[in-house]
Design a protein around this ligand. Structure first.
Ligand code: AOF
Ligand code: ZN
Length: 395
């Protein structure tokens, strides 16, 4: 299963909007006789590829894969049928397919036909790999990860973000190793979002510079209620069907003109209704729109105001916060979350399932804002999930 999961990870950036799936066929002497990795562009599901490679050697033998085989017809036929046709004796899977069209029925069909089925092997790792797919296939909206890099005292910049401060003045707070991880996070995401404040202050590109393969370009999303985005910003200059600006739907001539100017440069401008009593786009409407575009995961690299808007709206599924061993201090320096705050410790956003990572001198905290098992009736809660803190020292 470890090897099947390793294969599945090769699908990061290539499988979305489908899940990352890896499969191996093992013969009675324990030798691997077939391997498969699912890539959306290549259509075929992982187990079909592994069975094709194994040919007659699949008969009576074991198929390991990180996701329950599908039993429905989508862009391909049901994998359960391919498994039965190949005469596989035993299927070992890490987790159920959260797709309601499958959701346990794949296992049922196999068992019914006399195949031995084991499920739940390395389920924790498997669920993590496909956490975005799981969220997307059930909600129709992307899984949201809020990422930020800050000093130990939670500061992301020296003074209030100010357009007059000059463009590209950002100095990275964290080091090279943390930056590589940021690009791995971007690579694993279908879309990235920042606020207009960040565009005006930093003139960022918001591109995936991981150099890892991806099927679709990283969709860049800017929250810009009043279309203040400069036509000569680096992000607009580099737009190639991969930039969308969410603005508010107040119609006025000046805004219309800007909209057309942006569209002429290949920028998609989407008017999003405002959240009740606020001059801010309704984030859930924006997320639903992204879901319709088959965006399964969104990385929010917000800026203080956007971070607050997402947290306040309860729109964050996961955080990935980088800390540099520095203390900036200062009453006017910018905290990673602004806004009015939650008001009481009891109301604060509470993180769970924490992992701690080290990147050179820096470290990161990864954690979840929702109970991933609360709404997923088809999953068993792995032993120890909930309060555990994992420590990772990858580099
Ligand atoms: C598997 N093996 O490798 C993958 C599965 O439109 P389709 O035919 O590609 O079906 C997509 C659905 O199939 C997807 O939502 C998920 O439920 C399942 N993905 N299943 O047995 C695979 N990629
Ligand atoms: Zn399938």
């Amino acid at each position: 299963m470890t090897q099947a999961l390793e294969l599945a990870r090769q699908g990061v950036g290539l499988a979305s909007p489908n899940p990352c799936v890896g499969a191996i066929v093992v013969d009675e002497r324990g030798r691997i006789v077939g391997r498969g990795v699912h890539q959306y562009a290549k259509r075929k599901h992982a187990e079909v590829l592994a069975l094709e490679e194994a040919g007659p050697l699949a008969r009576g033998n074991t198929l390991y894969l990180n996701l329950e085989p599908c039993c429905h017809s989508g862009r391909t036929g049901p994998c359960t049928e391919a498994i039965l046709a190949a005469g596989v004796g035993r299927v070992v899977a890490a987790m159920r397919d959260p797709n309601p069209l499958v959701g346990g029925k794949g296992f049922e069909q196999l068992r019914h036909a006399g195949v031995e089925v084991s499920e739940g092997v390395l389920e924790f790792e498997a669920r993590k790999l496909n956490e975005a797919f799981t969220h997307f296939i059930r909600s129709g909206a992307p899984f949201v990860t809020l990422k930020s890099a800050m000093t130990l005292d939670g500061k992301i910049a020296v003074a209030p973000l100010n357009p007059a401060a000059g463009k590209g003045s950002t100095t990275y707070i964290t080091g090279a190793s943390a930056l590589r991880q940021v690009h791995r996070l971007r690579h694993a995401s279908d879309a990235i979002l920042a606020g207009i404040g960040t565009v005006l202050a930093d003139d960022p590109e918001l591109t995936d510079r991981s150099e890892l393969p991806r099927r679709r370009p990283l969709l860049r999303v800017i929250l810009d209620s009043h279309l203040r985005i400069p036509i000569d910003s680096r992000i607009v200059a580099s737009a190639a069907d991969d930039l969308v600006v969410f603005c508010l739907d107040a119609a006025d001539a000046k805004k219309d003109e800007k909209k057309h100017a942006l569209e002429a440069r290949g920028v998609r401008v989407e008017q999003i209704p405002s959240a009740p009593e606020k001059r801010f786009p309704d984030l859930q409407c924006g997320l639903d729109w992204l879901g319709k575009m088959q965006i399964t995961s969104l990385l929010v690299e917000g800026g203080a105001r956007v971070n607050w808007a997402f947290l306040k709206a309860g729109a964050v599924d996961k955080i990935f916060l980088f800390y540099a061993p520095k203390i900036l201090g200062g009453g006017t320096s910018v905290s990673f979350v602004s806004g009015e705050g939650f008001g009481a410790i009891a109301e604060a956003a509470q993180l769970r399932d924490l992992s701690l990572h080290r990147y050179g001198e820096d470290f990161a905290v990864e954690g979840y804002l929702r109970d991933p098992y609360a709404s997923a009736e088809c999953f068993s809660r792995p032993a120890g999930a909930g309060a555990r803190v994992r420590e990772n020292h990858p580099e």
